[in-house]
Ligand binder design. Structure first.
Ligand code: ATP
Length: 441
């Protein structure tokens, strides 16, 4: 069945420089403009190609393949939808910001849907010289949140283990914001002693203290018109948290030794690897400060949660090592890395690859060039939780719990907290699934 698309709709999409298509409510591409055909190929006669097959090579609509589907959301709400997707193009995959809107007929009912695609600069799905790379779903979910929060002035809080790329994500928020032309000023809070904190952050006047021979502007002032990135905010002691709170509430500060209040003008992004909520409960972190910085939390996945990105990250990191030759990883070495835990995440991966690059004389990194802990990881993973085939979820849960119990060194209470369940639930599950409480010990 071929729907008749009004000529003016076709000529409108033809005038777009961006790839654009008209889609039926059941995912069929009814018309595509020149830019789309150039980037994605010709979808053929009207109604023959399905959007999710063309863009994703999926057999099912995106929402049934574990992704968001802007068409479905647009059908349901009748409103413009924006999403970030990874699209297949003949030259590889790329991150694309998709806009989907209904095209209404005379009756006011949506007859068709217009999809416009914008190339996203937030991250690359191919190796690049700088910035974020990745294409896994957990990584793409982060990008989607970055895309949403960046244009606002809301304070973003980046949560995640050390080395997961929080600083790069903070930079991406800045780069995609209206402050992109302003400065991006990172502040490592964990290194700031009480005496340094104020002068580093707020600057000082000449003669404010011994050694203050000239006026110095602080990091807050340096961030004027741009973004202030407070890394490891969870390490700021209570006594200093109140000073931060005052800055965020009044948007003013005084240089040390100064009288005049200075106006602050920055967008705030914070990061921590610590459980701030818990710290609020135990009184280690002020709740009022927590609510100020936590307007838009984004959890950055660990490398273990995005193993799919490992080959791309390796290729990218090896290229960025800039050692004057092109190094690749052997398939076996990659298998070892896939099975490894990476407690230090991408930073640890970079160090492992750097070390391997020094150990190899050839162009290929072999298992022998990897540190021992990576190679023992392989043995562990044989009885590890990730199966090579699709298995029932309850069997997966049984394997995963058994594996977690076997390798977790601490108390059950802490393991339960890591698993995000109560201690009672953990014991009940172990009992129901017949897992010995000391599995493997
Ligand atoms: N998605 C990514 N693509 C490319 N490189 C990345 C990515 N994420 C992290 N890296 C690299 O990994 C290293 C660690 O990243 P980064 O310093 O941003 O982590 P972090 O989470 O801020 O760490 P910490 O919590 O210890 O401050 C850096 O060299 C960074 O360039």
């Amino acid at each position: 069945m071929n729907e008749k698309i009004p000529a003016e709709v076709v000529s409108i999409i033809d005038s777009f420089g961006q790839p654009a298509v008209i889609i039926s409510r059941d995912y069929r591409i009814l018309a595509a403009n020149g830019a789309y055909k150039k980037e994605y190929g010709d979808p053929g006669p009207s109604g023959e190609s399905l959007c999710y097959r063309m863009s994703h090579h999926y057999q099912l609509p995106c929402d049934q393949a574990g992704e968001t589907c802007p068409l479905k959301a647009c059908r349901e709400t009748g409103l413009l939808q924006r999403d970030l997707h990874l699209h297949h193009t003949p030259s590889g995959e790329e991150h694309v910001e998709v806009e989907m809107m209904p095209v209404r007929g005379e009756s006011g009912e949506p007859n068709f849907y217009l999809e416009i695609m914008h190339h996203s600069r937030l991250a690359s799905s191919e190796p690049t010289e700088s910035g974020l790379v990745g294409r896994s779903s957990p990584f793409n979910r982060v990008l989607e949140l970055v895309r949403r929060v960046a244009p606002s002035e809301a304070a973003a809080l980046l949560l995640g283990e050390s080395g997961t790329g929080k600083e790069l994500v903070a930079q991406a928020v800045h780069d995609a914001s209206s402050r992109a032309k302003g400065p991006f000023v990172p502040v490592e809070c964990s290194g700031l002693t009480e005496s340094l904190f104020e002068s580093e952050l707020f600057g000082h006047e000449k003669g404010a203290f011994t050694g203050a021979q000239a006026q110095k502007i602080g990091l807050v002032e340096a961030a004027r018109g741009g973004t202030l990135f407070l890394d490891e905010i969870g390490d700021v002691p209570l006594s200093l948290q109140v000073k931060l709170l005052r800055l965020l509430e009044t948007r003013t500060f005084r240089r040390v030794g100064g009288i005049e209040p200075q106006k602050a003008d920055f967008r705030l992004v914070c990061a921590t690897h610590r459980g701030l909520k818990k710290m609020v409960e135990t009184g280690e972190f002020r709740s009022d400060l927590f609510y100020r910085i936590n307007a838009f939390p984004i959890t950055i996945p660990s490398l273990r949660e995005r193993v799919e990105d490992l080959p791309l990250l390796c290729e990218n990191l090896l290229r960025r090592l800039n050692i004057g030759r092109t190094l690749t990883l052997s398939a076996e070495a990659l298998d070892y890395l896939r099975a490894y835990d990476f407690p230090g995440n991408i930073r640890e991966l970079r160090n492992i690859l750097e070390r391997a690059s020094l150990l190899t004389d050839g162009d290929v990194i072999l298992p022998d060039h990897l540190p021992d802990e990576c190679r023992s990881g392989m043995q562990r993973s044989v009885s590890g939780p990730m199966p090579n085939e699709i298995i029932p979820l309850d069997e997966m849960e049984r394997r995963y719990l058994g594996w977690s119990v076997a390798r977790f060194q601490g108390e059950k209470r802490d393991l339960a907290a890591r698993l995000g369940v109560s201690e009672r639930t953990l014991y009940r599950k172990l009992q129901d699934l017949k897992i010995p409480e000391e599995a493997g010990h």
